[in-house]
Each structure stands twice: as C-alpha cells, then as structure tokens.
Design a protein around this ligand. Structure first.
Ligand SMILES: NC(=O)C1=CN([C@@H]2O[C@H](COP(=O)(O)OP(=O)(O)OC[C@H]3O[C@@H](n4cnc5c(N)ncnc54)[C@H](O)[C@@H]3O)[C@@H](O)[C@H]2O)[C@@H](O)CC1
Ligand SMILES: [K+]
Length: 516
C-alpha cells in the first residue's frame, strides 16, 4: 500500500474530479459515509455524539457524518469551529443540509462552557476540525479545544483523516494535537500517521476506500513510498525445496566478535540459520576462536589473522576465500581496534556480494565517510543504523534524526548509494533510487541488546538466498518486527525472539507453496 503526502493526496483527488469528472461533493459524501460505517461498526447502538467540524473540507466530512448519524437515531451535537462564511463550497452544501435537521452550534458565538458541557456528556467525539490541510502552528480556538479534550474528555474519539494538530507530511505537532482512539483515513495512509510525534496521537488507523483514484494509477500519480506489505514479497517465502542441499540456501559470513562481545556474532549467526541459511560462518580474531567455539555448535568459525583484533590487511588468499560467501554481514560485536579504517576499506573493496554493515562498522564509517568511495556501485550495501548511529553518520543530533526520520534515511541512502534501514518505531527503509518503505511491525521488546544482531543475521540470510535485495530487506525488517510482537516486551531474551522465526516465516508463506 502506498504512503502519501498531502500534495500527493490532493493530486489524486484532483485527477478524480477533473479527469474522471466525479464531483468533489460526491467524494465528500463517500468519505463521511465511510467514517459512519466505521463508527457504527464500533458502536452498533445509537449513542450521544459531538461532531466538531472545521470550515475546510475536513469539516465538510464532519457534516456528512452528523447527518448520517442523526438519520440512524444518534443524538447529535454538531459544533462549527470557525466562521460559517469561510466554509468551502462542498462543506457549505452539507452544512446547509445539517441546518435542516439539527440546530448547529457555533463555537464563535457560544460559550466555551457550553461546548465543554456537551463534550463531557457525550459517548463519542468525531474530530472533523482539521485534516490534511492543516500546517504550521495550531491556532486558536483549536489549541484550547484540543487541550481541553485531551485533559478532560472520557469519550471515545474518532478522527476524520488526521487527528487535529497532526501535520500530514512530517507528523509534526505544534504545540498540541488531539489524542484519538481511531483515525479513519481515505484512500492511502499519510506520512504523518507513521512519523513521530504525530503517530502517537492517531490511535488505531483504518484506511477506507471512497472512490478516489488509487495511487499508482498513472506514473505521475505514483508516490515513491509504500508500507511494508507481505503481499509485495511473500512469493519469495515458498516452502523449502525437496532437493535442497546445504548450499541451496546460501552461505552467510558474519564478521565481528571482539573480546567480550562474541554473543553478538553468535546471535547473528543463529538468526541466519533460523531464517533458513544452509551454511553460516562466523569470523573472529584468532584469540577469540576457542571462546566462540564453546558458545556455538552449528556455525563454522573462520579465525582471522590477528591476535586480539582483526589484522587490517587482507591477504590475497583471503580475498579469494571471500568469494565463497553469498552475503556478508560486518559489525555485530566488531568493536574498535587499531587499523579499523583499513579493515573496513578492505571489506568494502573485497566483498563483491551483498554486504550488511551494522554496529561498530557504522561507527567507523561515520568517522570516515570517504570509505564508501571504495565500494563498487554494482555491489549492494545495506546500512542498519539505530537513531544514535544515524546521528553520528550524518553528524546531527539524535533528536533531529527522530524529528526527520523519513528525510534523513533518504539523505544517507543518497549519500552512500546504500540501502538504509533506520531502526525504531516505525523502521524506515530508504533505497538509493529514492524509494522508501515504512515498516509497521514491531514492539518495545526489540529495544534491547541483541535485537540488532538478530536483524542483521536475518537480512544476511535472506540476501544469501538470492531473494532480490529490495524484497529480502523488507522481509527481514517485517519478520524482525513480528518477532517483537510475539514476546513479552519486558522479559524477553534474544533466544525468545529466535524461537519465533520459524513460525512467523511459515505464516507469511503464500498458500499452496509446497516448494519444488
Ligand atoms: N483529499 C481528498 O481526496 C478528499 C479530502 N476530503 C477531506 O478534505 C480534507 C482536506 O480538506 P482541506 O484541504 O479543505 O483542508 P482541511 O479541512 O484539512 O484544513 C483546512 C482548514 O485548516 C485551517 N488551518 C490550516 N492551518 C491551520 C493552523 N495552523 N491553525 C488553525 N487552522 C489552520 C485553514 O484555515 C482551513 O480552514 C481531508 O483531510 C479530508 O478530510 C474528503 O472530503 C474527500 C476527499
Ligand atoms: K480531523
């Protein structure tokens, strides 16, 4: 499913109105009707509702909702927030229809106390004050109304399209937004539903079809962002081939594991096996070989020359050895060490297969951004920063990363010609051609040491299985998020996450896929 900006939504709307000839008020009627359907799904019996309508088209949807709920026997208090002379022409049509049915309250003319009394008495509030047309600093009287509802109201709140105060493109909130239980949006989700802080205000998000041209209908109407949707890639998760041998599902190499951080490579290795790889090799400095061998059973170990850390130069015979691997992960537990810059440079140059850089490999890259010039354009590179690593990579603050997640992920993808996976709630995947995918799975259980190592192991495994890079990454991020949803957020250990890989993968397989 596509993810759109307010402008992309307006383009789809104006194509529908101007090219297809469907009048805007017909879309408004469908929008309001679709919201009513969701409301009565949740509350099948008539209730008391306050509908708050602004003067833009979001308010227009609100008038349609008020009319339909009144027809269905609901007790409706309809409030116009703003001046009736400012109503858009479509909104005016439905305002007049409501005038015939209800006595419309005007926030401009009536006391705050009477609005507050209605808000206290109702079971349901419908927020149709501002939608995708809102931007900048929220003005009065919206700020006071929103603040008051957030503090005092106990009713169930539906937002039409966007909660008032959440900006549609960046999810900004200046200074307040309405905290709602459900948001019903039209045609496509908007970026603001998935970007912080706006995403925290939206409650449950429901996308409904109201007859607007679907995104992607023409090239000009194709947004460059999507939600991570299993239907886009589950064909690659067929059953295991009957004649498979251990090489069929690729050989993953994981480079990392300094003294004291061997657990990280071990976790990444186990995740790669659990995700289906036939062969996994872990590379650690010679001095760590024994300690690692005591920890793992199935993985092979490649002792790297160098006593306590990786020797930076890669000898010719080792370069040849690299060609055995179908995908390489560098970083879990890598640590910092003398010669690290030379080491990363050699890895970037030598590995010709898909390469995932994680953890300290990213920190080294952050301090020496020129290193990416040693990576050939046609070799896929995947960077998996959490917000702190991202901040170091772009030399900005973590707070700035969080505020501009979608933009910074794309900036780094362009700068490094790499796929960037910016982890967090919601993980953003940015591709160097400008495409972005927002992942919706996940839970706070993933905010724990080890979670990133598991993700890089899963990515390495899928890349080695010769699944196209874009799909492999989306599958990995989706499954990793689902692992977090399966376990207890407080007490889960990394092992609990690993235990769910097989069942989640199975659930995602397309039906009738016995393997071949
Ligand atoms: N785009 C579409 O395809 C459709 C849109 N519809 C509705 O129309 C909405 C968009 O309508 P509009 O473009 O009229 O925009 P909105 O109704 O979302 O917002 C416009 C209003 O917001 C006010 N506003 C803007 N910034 C403000 C600020 N900082 N503080 C206070 N007020 C501010 C403006 O003065 C104006 O009155 C959508 O959210 C949706 O609910 C539906 O009717 C049907 C189809
Ligand atoms: K709204």
């Amino acid at each position: 499913m596509y993810l759109v900006t307010a402008q992309e939504m307006r383009d789809l709307e104006s194509y529908t109105i101007n090219q297809l000839g469907i009048p805007g008020h017909v879309l408004m009627e469908s929008a309001g009707r679709a919201v009513v359907d969701q409301i009565v799904k949740r509350f099948p019996n008539p209730k008391r509702v306050v509908v708050l309508a602004g003067t833009g088209n979001n308010g227009g949807d609100g008038f349609v909702v008020a009319r339909w709920l009144a027809f269905r026997g609901w007790e409706v208090d309809l409030w116009l927030i703003g001046s009736a002379v400012k109503l858009t022409s479509d909104a005016k049509l439905y305002y007049h229809a409501c005038e015939q049915l209800l006595s419309i309250h005007h926030a401009e003319k009536e006391s705050e106390a009477s609005l507050q009394a209605h808000l206290m008495m109702c079971d349901v509030i419908v927020d149709a004050m501002l939608g995708i047309g809102y931007s900048g600093m929220l003005r009065e009287p919206f700020t006071s109304i929103v603040q008051w509802i957030n503090q005092h109201a106990e009713s169930y709140i539906f937002a039409v399209d966007m909660p008032t105060g959440v900006e549609a493109d960046k999810g900004h909130v200046f200074p307040v937004a309405l905290r709602v239980d459900e948001t019903i949006t039209f045609n496509c989700p908007k970026w603001g539903h998935y970007l912080l802080p706006g995403s925290k205000y939206c409650g449950k998000l429901k996308v409904v079809d109201i007859g607007i041209t679907p995104a992607g209908h023409t090239k000009a109407l194709t947004p460059n962002a999507r939600l991570n949707d299993p239907n886009d890639w589950n064909m690659y998760l067929g059953g295991r081939k009957q004649w498979a041998h251990k090489g069929t599902y690729g050989h993953v190499l994981i480079i990392g594991g300094a003294k004291g951080t061997l657990g990280a490579v071990a976790m990444a290795g186990e995740a790669a096996y659990r995700m289906g790889s036939g062969l996994v090799t872990l590379t650690v400095p010679e001095s760590q070989h024994e300690a690692l061998a005591a920890k793992v059973t199935q993985e092979m170990i490649w002792s790297w020359p160098g006593k306590d850390h990786f020797l930076p130069e890669i000898a010719e015979e080792l370069k040849t050895a690299f060609q055995r691997y179908d995908a390489v992960v560098c970083g879990p537990g890598l640590g910092r060490f003398p010669g690290e810059v030379r080491f990363i440079k050699e890895i970037l140059q030598t590995v010709k297969r898909p390469l995932v850089l994680d953890a300290d490999a990213l920190n080294i890259l952050a301090e020496h951004p020129h290193l990416m010039q040693f990576r050939a354009n046609d070799c896929p590179t995947i960077l998996t920063p959490h917000p702190g690593e991202m901040a170091r990579l772009l030399r900005i603050t973590t707070e700035e990363v969080e505020r501009k997640r979608a933009a910074v992920a794309l900036q780094l993808a362009y700068q490094t010609r790499s796929v960037v996976i910016l982890k967090g709630r919601y993980t953003i995947i940015a591709f160097p051609d400008g495409k972005r995918v927002v992942n919706t799975t996940g839970s706070p259980a993933l905010a724990k040491a080890g979670s990133g190592d598991i993700l890089s192991g899963i990515i390495g495994s899928l890349l080695a299985q010769e699944i196209p890079v874009e799909s492999a990454i989306q599958i990995a991020v989706y499954i990793h998020g689902r692992l977090g949803e399966e376990v207890d957020a407080h007490s889960a250990l990394y092992r609990d996450l690993l235990d769910h890989i097989a069942s989640i993968r199975q659930l995602l397989e397309p039906t009738n896929s016995p393997g071949n």
